[in-house]
Design a protein around this ligand. Structure first.
Ligand SMILES: Nc1nc2c(c(=O)[nH]1)N[C@H]1C(S)=C(S)[C@@H](COP(=O)(O)OP(=O)(O)OC[C@H]3O[C@@H](n4cnc5c(=O)[nH]c(N)nc54)[C@H](O)[C@@H]3O)O[C@H]1N2
Ligand SMILES: Nc1nc2c(c(=O)[nH]1)N[C@H]1C(S)=C(S)[C@@H](COP(=O)(O)OP(=O)(O)OC[C@H]3O[C@@H](n4cnc5c(=O)[nH]c(N)nc54)[C@H](O)[C@@H]3O)O[C@H]1N2
Ligand code: SF4
Ligand SMILES: [Mo]
Length: 765
């Protein structure tokens, strides 16, 4: 009761304070202080907003790579509240549960608190705390020793989370290593990016450009919106669904979004390309495509028509385990509302190793729909205009790629090191334009081929949970001359570092501007709400301090990050102060539709059209039109291991976050109910999963359900962590990564297909 009254009076207080300005506000503050004092006297903790002056700062959420704009409220040296920034085109004033967990993440008592240097063996996790100067001097010594002996490309830099720019981009390029990579590329989006560039010349970039506002039919190939809890996508989906848009979901599992769908296609895992080819067959055979659009904007239609002649729904039915009728009906439903019908480009699309071709099939269907550049289809996203900081040309050009990279900033060629060596991951695939193959950088650490990698910097990436086959990664970690980890939590891989640098979290630091290619291009800022806790520092500071020690002064002429940011903002007539006045967001104008291009083509391919038939792939020895290739079947007694997201967790990053841990502390393995019964297993029992190579999961709880096919099991990624320092997450649930002792490399994009692992159920003794 008291709480409700407090909230009402606070709201009316805020109203008066805002309306009355100066003197009223002062009265408000005095009243507030008096009230807080009174409450304290009565032994009641005053609510946070009575404890002093509220400070508002602007930031973008770092709880997942989507980065919604947020408004942060703090009193004194403590952050109390994070809300969606109403000015931000992506958060629109709302946040998902994980975003709400930002404050809990900041105050996780398990955080790394001071720089550390290893005292035990690698992997043992024994460290001594040292001063920053000692840690940085030591790291700079080791890095320059490696660069002197082997060249700077012998240092790999792997990074993710939103400060990664300072290490995987700025520092890597200044230092001179092309071997910088982000998992958001080859362990996530690289097939969809390469397929998009090959098919219509544009990258998808950070944000799937679905024109939700006008959409009338949405088809999802695996994308599990709602469990994949990206705030904006959930809002957009809910609005489109509420308006009556048709929804078709293709997923071997009855996902949260399948429950909202008009049609659920419980496809046999790994066979989606067969379904897509059959849909193309129906669309063409029944002339249910946008002929005018196809004539004007595509190349190779005749060859496509020829190619799909035998891919009938009956052919696909036998492969996909779906009925021919369902395949025909859904093709017709999709085609009913052209061009306001879209197959959403997925996000995590590194599935089976032939993923670029599956993505091409999706884009080909969207082209048949005439969806590109049409209202209710796929809009053209545009990057906001702003100049880079005017530093001298870097030693290495290029981008470390990733789903959060800004499209248009990627170089067409693989970046070369100063000694003319190309990125080491490029040795195994031909394309990799802008994309990076994170997992392919492990091999040179072990074999020294194509050339040795001897040093590793890991920034904000969960090395042993993110890259498949963590045993192989550990082997690499054993062999390296130097390992440096920059993180905020004692994650598993931290135990393998020689030097650990603890970072201040997103709410405690400035960062690079977040420039977003979107329907409405925009720029968001990050500023600290409070000073860094403990002895932590922001990434920009660490990168600069290391740079200065390594003789890279010319790239670090800016003394503070405010100076760096203001210089960039000046190029668009803005500044940090002006940006604050605009509530942290600068909006620019986009060019989303075909008509915004006048007579010019929006498709920067060789033909200036959408290339249904890809000459480029043909020349490189790949199939110029997508083909269905069967994937390996699970051996008898084994199930295909599938994985995905839980709405309140991000990867392996939030399991230890107090508030989020409370909501979902341990994952389960989804097993088909009939299969469970046949194995004598009940809902809630614990089993062990053992994979084809004998890797074992440890105990994991069974969710026996009809919501999954009988040939696969499913688990939420990110659990089963082994790190004593993570007091809540340690040992809870099971790790999908540890059971992924193999992957299949997509020869076109360098993506690592991870759904090629099989597990059997072992009952607990
Ligand atoms: N088995 C398996 N592997 C996967 C996936 C999967 O589903 N299953 N998903 C793939 C996909 S789609 C992606 S995008 C990648 C994601 O891969 P990652 O980004 O590596 O995943 P996270 O577990 O979120 O790791 C983030 C790391 O950053 C640290 N961190 C958090 N905040 C900060 C900060 O402010 N500063 C610093 N320095 N560190 C910080 C966290 O403690 C953690 O170590 O994983 C890929 N790998
Ligand atoms: N809550 C939360 N949300 C997130 C993230 C997070 O960590 N937490 N991470 C974000 C990131 S970086 C990414 S990349 C996205 C990933 O989110 P999505 O792109 O949606 O991920 P997927 O891995 O493609 O989707 C997993 C779904 O694919 C289904 N599936 C498995 N195998 C097959 C198959 O062979 N065919 C078909 N059709 N479906 C299959 C699974 O049953 C599951 O429902 O999520 C983003 N959103
Ligand atoms: S989707 Fe959620 S966790 Fe991700 S940036 Fe937005 S609010 Fe944060
Ligand atoms: Mo991802």
């Amino acid at each position: 009761m008291a709480r409700v009254q407090l909230q009402i009076s606070r709201r009316s207080f805020l109203k008066t304070a805002l309306a009355g300005g100066g003197s009223l506000a002062v009265t408000g503050r005095t009243l507030k202080r008096a009230l807080a004092a009174g409450l304290e006297k009565a032994g009641i903790d005053p609510a946070w907003f009575y404890r002093g002056q509220i400070k508002t700062t602007y930031n973008y959420c770092d709880m997942c790579p989507w980065r919604c704009g947020i408004v942060v409220q703090s009193v004194g040296d403590r952050v109390y509240k994070v809300d969606g920034n109403p000015e931000d085109p992506k958060s629109r004033g709302k946040l998902c549960a994980r975003g709400q967990g930002s404050v809990s993440f900041l105050y996780d008592p398990d955080r790394l608190r001071a720089p550390m240097v290893r005292t035990g063996a690698r992997g043992e996790g024994k460290f001594k705390e040292v001063a920053w100067t000692e840690a940085l001097d030591y790291a700079a010594d080791r890095l320059s020793a490696i660069a002197n002996q082997y060249g700077p490309e012998a240092v790999a830099i792997l990074g993710h989370t939103s400060g990664d720019f300072w290490f995987t981009d700025y520092f890597a390029q200044a230092f001179g290593t092309p071997n910088a990579a982000k998992p958001s590329s080859s362990l996530c989006t690289s097939p969809r990016e390469e397929a998009a560039k090959l098919t219509y010349g544009l990258a998808i970039g950070g944000h799937e450009p679905v024109d939700w506002d006008n959409l009338r039919c949405l088809t999802l190939i695996g994308s599990h919106i709602g469990e994949d809890a990206r705030n904006t996508v959930m809002q957009d989906f809910a609005a489109a669904w509420g308006r009556g848009a048709r929804v078709i979901v293709v997923d071997p599992r009855f996902s949260a979004v399948a429950a909202k769908a008009d049609y659920w296609l419980p496809i046999k895992p790994g066979t989606d390309t067969a379904l897509l080819l059959a849909w193309i067959y129906v669309l063409i055979a029944e002339e249910r495509y946008d002929r005018a659009f196809v004539d004007e904007w595509t190349e190779g239609f005749d060859r496509l028509q020829q190619h799909v002649q035998t891919y009938t729904p009956e052919w696909a039915a036998a492969i996909t385990d779906l009925s021919p009728d369902l395949i025909r009906t859904t093709a017709r439903v999709m085609a009913d509302t052209l061009p306001q019908s879209v197959i959403m480009p997925g996000r995590h699309v590194t599935w089976y190793g032939n993923d670029t071709q599956r993505m091409r099939a999706i884009y080909i269907i969207n082209a048949l729909f005439g969806a590109y550049g049409r209202a209710g289809g796929i809009y053209f996203s545009k990057a906001p205009y702003i100049e880079s900081y005017p530093h001298p040309p870097f030693a290495v050009a290029g981008s470390s790629g990733g789903c959060s990279a800004e499209p248009g900033e990627e170089s067409a060629e693989l970046p070369l090191g100063p000694s003319g060596k190309a990125r080491a991951d490029g040795a195994r695939t031909k394309f990799l334009r802008g994309a990076t193959a994170t997992q392919e950088l492990i091999e040179p650490m072990i074999t020294g081929k194509p050339y040795p990698i001897k040093g590793l910097i890991v920034y904000g990436m969960n090395l042993l949970n993110t890259i498949p086959d963590p045993e192989r990664t550990k082997q690499a970690l054993q062999q390296l001359d130097f390992v440096m980890v920059i993180d905020v939590l004692p994650q598993e891989h931290v135990a393998w570092a020689d030097v650990v640098l603890p970072e201040a979290t997103a709410l405690e630091r400035y960062d690079e501007l977040w420039t977003v290619a979107y329907k409405t291009p925009y720029i968001a800022m990050r500023e600290p709400a409070v000073a860094p806790l403990y002895d932590t520092q922001p990434a920009w500071w660490m990168a600069r301090e290391l740079g200065l020690r390594l003789g890279l002064d010319k790239y670090f002429k800016w003394e503070t990050v405010e100076e760096y940011l203001n210089t960039r903002l000046q190029s668009i007539g803005s500044s940090l102060d002006k940006l604050r006045e605009q509530q942290g967001i600068i909006l620019q104008k986009g060019k989303p539709y075909l008509e915004d291009f006048g007579d010019a083509s929006p498709f920067p391919t060789k033909s200036k059209k959408i290339e249904l038939y890809s000459e480029e792939l043909a020349l490189a020895g790949h199939d110029p039109l997508p083909k269905y290739e069967p994937v390996e079947e699970p051996p008898p007694g084994y199930f295909r291991l599938l994985y995905g997201r839980h709405p309140v967790h991000t990867f392996a990053k939030t399991q230890n976050t107090p508030l989020l841990n409370e909501l979902y502390p341990e994952n389960e393995v989804w097993v088909n109910e009939d299969v469970a019964t046949a194995h004598g297993i009940k809902e809630g029992d614990y089993v062990w999963l053992e994979n084809q190579d004998g890797r074992s999961s440890g105990p994991v709880k069974v969710k026996a359900t009809q919501r999954i096919r009988g040939d696969a099991v499913y688990m939420v990624h990110g659990f089963g962590q082994q790190s004593a320092g993570l007091s809540r997450a340690n040992g809870k649930g099971a790790s999908d990564t540890k059971l992924q002792s193999r992957y299949v490399l997509d020869p076109i994009s360098g993506g690592a297909g991870m759904r090629v692992n099989f597990v059997r159920l072992v009952k607990e003794a």
